[in-house]
Write a protein that binds this ligand. Structure first.
Ligand code: NCD
Ligand code: ZN
Length: 361
């Protein structure tokens, strides 16, 4: 039995660090374990200029604990304001922050998605420029509205995207680098296994979609701590996504999608989408790979595939995880006294959740 594993310091290909007091509370948690991360741009207002990305990077850097070498990698939000000219400017790193990728949110589908296009296919000029300069597109791969502006069934959004939108996008922009974020369905896993290619078409997986399915989401009332987009799906979907991770393919990596929200918004009749997982994301991934008998694939998934896609060097530092049970017992509390509840929490999770691995200190 393996009870210890040492890997290069991991990389989070998808994290929300927010702004203000929330940012100051959650940034150190990511910085403590990950050497770098792709930071999502769905702030309010959204990050869609190089200057805004530089200012946002500065705000994050001010929250990184002293002595940490953590580097946040910035992204643009694909708003209607994002111009082709800004793509080349951001990607070349002018204004003191390089912008590594563009994130697309389907209008209305998730937290702060009100600035997105209805369909990614409407953003042709920006996509053409991204294809030209080699800047990756990160996809929130769900169809949210149909042609009559009616909401689709949220359990079907990813399937519709993968079956219809994604093939059209790949046809129209054959050289565009694409990452399908937070895969949640067997259909997406099948598509990526068949069509994925290093440096070209990649995908990320969250701990939430590896650990939970919709039965747990509805067990004993609706479990709002695991309420996110894409919604967790059927057990079979979760198993298929796990099987993809287990294969250790070079185009599949960890993107936690840690997305903190204040307690008042998570325990509300109008609950927000987003799972706060950074306090235990690394440990949860390790637990899943252990269960799958795939600990030998963990380092590529956590520490190598993500950096490679974004053109940066994997970390030379190492981190050791040991097999030892623990539980998330406290919420994170911001300087304004706002509680932020993590996934897996003993009180508000799904009951007696034990995390089997921990980082060796
Ligand atoms: C994210 C958030 O809260 O910002 N929520 C989520 O459910 N995943 C937005 C996103 O990544 O969709
Ligand atoms: Zn996200």
């Amino acid at each position: 039995m393996t009870d210890s594993i040492t890997i290069r310091r991991p990389f989070d290909s998808h994290v929300h660090l927010r702004q203000g007091a929330m940012l100051r509370a959650v940034t150190p948690i990511t910085a403590q374990k990950f050497f770098s991360a792709i930071v999502m741009p769905n702030t309010d207002p959204p990050i869609d200029t190089t200057e805004a990305a530089a200012a946002y990077k500065e705000e994050i850097m001010a929250a990184v604990p002293e002595g940490s070498t953590f580097e946040p990698l910035m992204t643009f939000y694909l708003t209607k304001n994002l111009s082709p000219a800004e793509i080349a400017k951001g990607f070349s790193g002018e204004a003191s922050a390089k912008v590594y990728a563009v994130k697309s949110y389907p209008y209305g589908a998730t937290t702060n998605s009100q600035w997105g296009y209805r369909s990614i296919l409407e953003a042709k000029d920006v996509l053409r420029e991204m294809e030209r300069v080699g800047m990756p597109l990160m996809l929130h791969g769900e169809v949210h509205l149909n042609d009559h502006d009616e909401e689709e069934d949220p359990y079907e959004g990813e399937r519709l995207f993968v079956e219809d939108t994604l093939p059209r996008l790949l046809d129209a922009f054959p050289r565009l680098k694409i990452s399908l974020e937070h895969m949640s369905t067997a259909i997406a896993a099948d598509f990526i296994e068949k069509n994925g290619a290093e440096g070209k078409l990649v995908a990320t997986i969250t701990p939430t979609h590896l650990l939970y399915d919709r039965r747990q989401a509805f067990s004993g009332g609706y479990r709002t701590l695991i309420h996110m987009k894409p919604l967790v799906k059927r057990r079979e979907d979760r198993e298929r996504v796990r099987a993809l991770a287990q294969r250790g393919l070079p185009f599949v990596s960890a993107g936690s999608d840690s997305a903190p929200h204040p307690e008042s918004k998570k325990f509300s009749s109008c609950v927000t989408f987003g799972v706060f997982c950074s306090p235990a994301a690394l440990e949860m991934y390790t637990g899943v790979f252990d269960e799958l008998g795939a600990l030998d694939k963990l380092e590529n998934f956590l520490s190598i595939n993500g950096p490679r896609f974004y053109g940066i060097q994997p970390s030379e530092e190492r981190i050791t995880l040991i097999k030892k049970d623990w539980q998330v017992t406290e919420p994170v509390i911001t300087s304004e006294g706002v509680k932020v509840w993590p996934i897996g929490h003993v009180q508000h999770g799904l009951g007696n959740e034990v995390i089997r691995w921990q980082v060796k200190r």
